[in-house]
Design a protein around this ligand. Structure first.
Ligand SMILES: *Cc1c(COP(=O)(O)O)cnc(C)c1O
Length: 375
């Protein structure tokens, strides 16, 4: 079966918009794109030109970073754009569906709705630690299912599902694409699922520079997939998804020293995530904290509203996810810099035990606090 067999039939022979840069002619004088011959005063040279649709240097760097062949990479305006394009490429409006989890990242349902596709959600159980039963997920697939989207680590629960991905890809072979959103994989203990694409051509993996690389402002993300799918997504994408200044920012962030710094910061976040979990667990206002493989922590509060307001009064903004399925009373807390996390814990705390906890750092808890918590 062709890799593109499940693409929308009406798009299979779709010709891309023939932009001037795509035509790829090289010359000293470019009179082919209605650009100005001059960049504005103060702007970098070349700003008057449309950018390369897929800048070669960035492609080489990102392919190396992700350990994949360049032909498997498509780069866009954040992984959000890749999600949108996958939905457009595979789902016929009013006919097809996608299957995903609940709770999960809201953009899948938004994108599906915009495309006129139905979004089927497998409810995860907080009491079971949001565990994913692959058989339940597969039971939701029918002939019109085009994409199965698994966010791992999952936003907003922090749960990692990488152990079930190969089984899912195998089971979905010839039926649907398995899209794995790895926006937070740098914070997890497992390697990327991109290597599975060698054996499973019905997989697409989404990566981004927005989280671990600190470049949310530049909007750079990537889809890794079989080269025919990568090429197809490039064909249906807007002609110039990557703005030149953003490409420069990304290239700077992919220099060896910047990469080394980014991985040190990831280690700091991971260490402080574990510390934050332990600090939250002993707060009287917290009912439950879930283990996380991402750069955020999900917690259920005894009085969510009071906790949110208490943090806000201290100038700290949290994400209220309590309206997502199964998450009543829950807030999502991004792991900030250690002093920011301390500020949050202090704001949420009954002053007494927490001062003690902070004084003891990330080490094992003094028995007194344990006793107090269980009583
Ligand atoms: C933040 C986030 C993204 C968005 O990434 P961009 O590359 O910034 O578009 C994608 N998926 C999930 C699950 C996210 O939380």
């Amino acid at each position: 079966m062709s890799v593109l067999a499940r693409v929308r039939p009406d798009l299979v022979s779709f010709g891309a918009y023939a932009s001037a840069r795509r035509a790829g002619f090289d010359g000293a004088i470019h009179l082919d794109a209605n650009e100005s011959p001059w960049a504005p005063i103060g702007a970098p040279a070349g700003s008057n030109r449309y950018p390369d649709p897929q800048p070669a240097r960035l492609r080489t760097r990102l392919a190396a970073l992700y350990g994949v062949g360049e032909s498997r990479l498509w780069m866009g305006r954040g992984s959000d754009e890749a999600i949108d394009l996958l939905l457009r490429a595979f789902c016929g409006a009013g006919r097809d569906n996608v299957v995903t989890l609940a709770p999960t990242f809201g953009m899948y349902a938004v994108g599906a709705r915009l495309q006129g596709a139905t979004c089927r959600e497998l409810a995860l159980d907080a009491k079971l630690g949001f565990a994913l039963d692959p058989e339940c997920l597969l039971a939701m697939i029918d002939a019109n299912t085009k994409l199965v989207i698994v966010c791992s680590p999952n936003n907003p629960t922090g749960t990692l599902y990488h152990e079930t991905l190969e089984f899912l890809a195998e089971s979905l072979s010839g039926r649907a694409m398995l899209v794995v959103d790895e926006a937070y994989i740098e914070f997890a203990s497992q390697p990327s699922a991109a290597a599975l694409i060698d054996r499973h051509q019905n997989m697409a993996v989404l990566r981004t520079l927005s989280k671990a690389h600190g470049l949310a402002g530049a909007r750079i993300g990537a889809m890794i997939a079989h080269e025919e799918i990568a090429r197809f997504i490039g064909r249906i994408a807007a002609p110039y998804p990557l703005a030149s200044p953003c490409v420069e920012l990304a290239l700077a962030a992919l220099e060896p020293t910047a990469l080394a710094c980014a991985s040190r910061r990831v280690r700091t976040v991971v260490a402080d995530r574990e510390r934050l979990v332990r600090l939250l667990e002993v707060l009287p206002c917290v009912g439950q904290v879930w283990a996380s493989s991402a750069n955020f922590v999900l917690a259920r509060f005894r009085d969510k509203r009071a906790a949110f307001d208490q943090a806000l009064a201290a100038g700290i903004v949290l994400r209220d996810v309590s309206r997502l399925p199964g998450l009543d009373g829950c807030l999502r807390i991004t792991v900030g810099a250690p002093e920011e996390n301390d500020a949050l814990v202090a704001a949420l705390a009954d002053p007494m035990p927490v001062r003690e906890v902070l004084a003891h750092g990330a080490g094992p808890w003094p028995a007194a606090i344990d006793v107090e918590r269980r009583s």
